[in-house]
Write a protein that binds this ligand. Structure first.
Ligand code: SF4
Length: 190
């Protein structure tokens, strides 16, 4: 049960929203979820002293999804891993956010084949897409700062649920990259 459930629907003070947004953005806990090479850059952000994400209240990468509200999908997502990823997302504390880190998690990247999910937004709603192969830790930090801005401006109540529902529906309807035109398929890797 979140703060939204405690507030009367339709009557939300902007000061309450602002305060909740400030507290939420200052206490985001990422889930530990590295999948491939991008995870090394994510680990550099979490551990290298020059990056120091403790400044943002994020020094604790949680090994338990129930104590995390940010999933950084760092690396390619195999079809086999997809249901596991979704289960971890479902177990995370709401409200929750997702950063697709790198070309592979954002779109399948160079792995335009049947084994790799062509964009993690087919599995979970994504808030920030971070390009690069791999993105540097500074780029991930920039994405996190932009996500903090989004969190600060997030409306309370049913609005967030409506946004997630719309994003999930759009992702389910989207055509996988492998089915788009102008991409060599059969025999491409022969
Ligand atoms: S985007 Fe590049 S660095 Fe990241 S997982 Fe894919 S291949 Fe590896």
């Amino acid at each position: 049960m979140g703060l939204e459930d405690k507030l009367p629907s339709g009557v939300l003070l902007s000061t309450v929203e602002g305060l909740a947004g400030y507290m939420r953005k200052s206490s985001v806990w990422p889930a530990t979820f590295g999948l491939a090479c991008c995870a090394i850059e994510m680990m550099a952000l979490g551990s290298a002293p020059q990056h120091d994400i403790s400044r943002f209240g994020m020094e604790r990468f949680s090994a338990s999804p129930r104590q995390a509200d940010l999933m950084i999908v760092a690396g390619r997502v195999s079809q086999k891993m997809a249901p596991v990823l979704r289960q971890i997302y479902d177990q995370m504390t709401a409200p929750k956010w997702v950063i697709a880190m790198g070309a592979c998690s954002s779109s399948g990247g160079m792995f335009n084949n049947y084994a790799i999910v062509q964009g993690v937004d087919h599995i979970v709603p994504v808030d920030i897409y971070l390009p690069g192969c791999p993105p540097r830790p500074e780029q991930l930090m920039d994405a996190i700062i932009k996500l903090h801005e989004q969190i600060s401006d997030t409306k309370l109540g049913a609005n967030r649920e409506a946004v997630i529902k719309a994003v999930e529906e759009a992702a389910m309807k989207a055509k996988p990259t492998i089915q788009l035109g102008n991409i060599p398929q059969e025999g491409a890797f022969a």
